[in-house]
Design a protein around this ligand. Sequence first.
Ligand code: HEC
Length: 203
Amino acid sequence: MAMCDRVVAVLLFSLGVVVLEPTAVLAQAETADREKAASEAAATFLNELGAAMKREMAKGGPTEAIKVCADLAPEIAGRLSREHGWRVTRVGTRVRNPLLGMPDAWEQTVLAEFAERAAKGEAFQAMAHSEVVAEPGGQYYRFMKPIVVQPHCVLCHGPVAQIPPAVQDGLRQRYPFDAAVGYAAGDLRGAVSIKQPMGNANE
Ligand code: HEC
């Protein structure tokens, strides 16, 4: 009897392997596709925003460029979200616009992990994190890519004393509870965050 059970167990085990393997391979391929698409969208977001920021800073200086970060960033994020059917956002380690920039619990954990990885010597530029997350609404593929403070970001996100007074005025008017200051070049400023519904989400 015990022998018979073992044979059945071995048979089931082998069948399990045969049945599971193609699914696992498929899932892996799907995840690789999602990761590729997400990192391409994140790069598009950062490149478009970076180019617009440089152009506006050169044209009208930082007071004019406030609108790039304020208006263009959500515009690009919105366009990419609609194009792909995902949620594409930009979140901060500290936040200027709580409506759009506040990280959720998962995003906060990943931001903390990025900081830990950097403390161990990894470069932010080379980092990304992706994960399939189960939520009450279904399963989501989630992806984050660090946003690093560059020297010119400090004009609007650096220590308050170093932000030109006209820029301080402009920021104070729009964001009375601004916490996104005090950064130095090379710091982790936040991340591009992408959330893709997988088959069963929102059904
Ligand atoms: C001219 C001023 C200005 C400059 C320069 C600037 N930002 Fe911003 N940044 C803003 C404003 C204004 C917001 C709030 C946007 C909004 O209302 O959603 C913001 C928001 C952000 C956010 C979203 C999180 C939050 O705090 O709300 C990130 C991330 C960010 N900036 C990163 C950067 C990086 C990286 C650079 C340099 C490449 C940069 N910014 C340069 C003005 C600026």
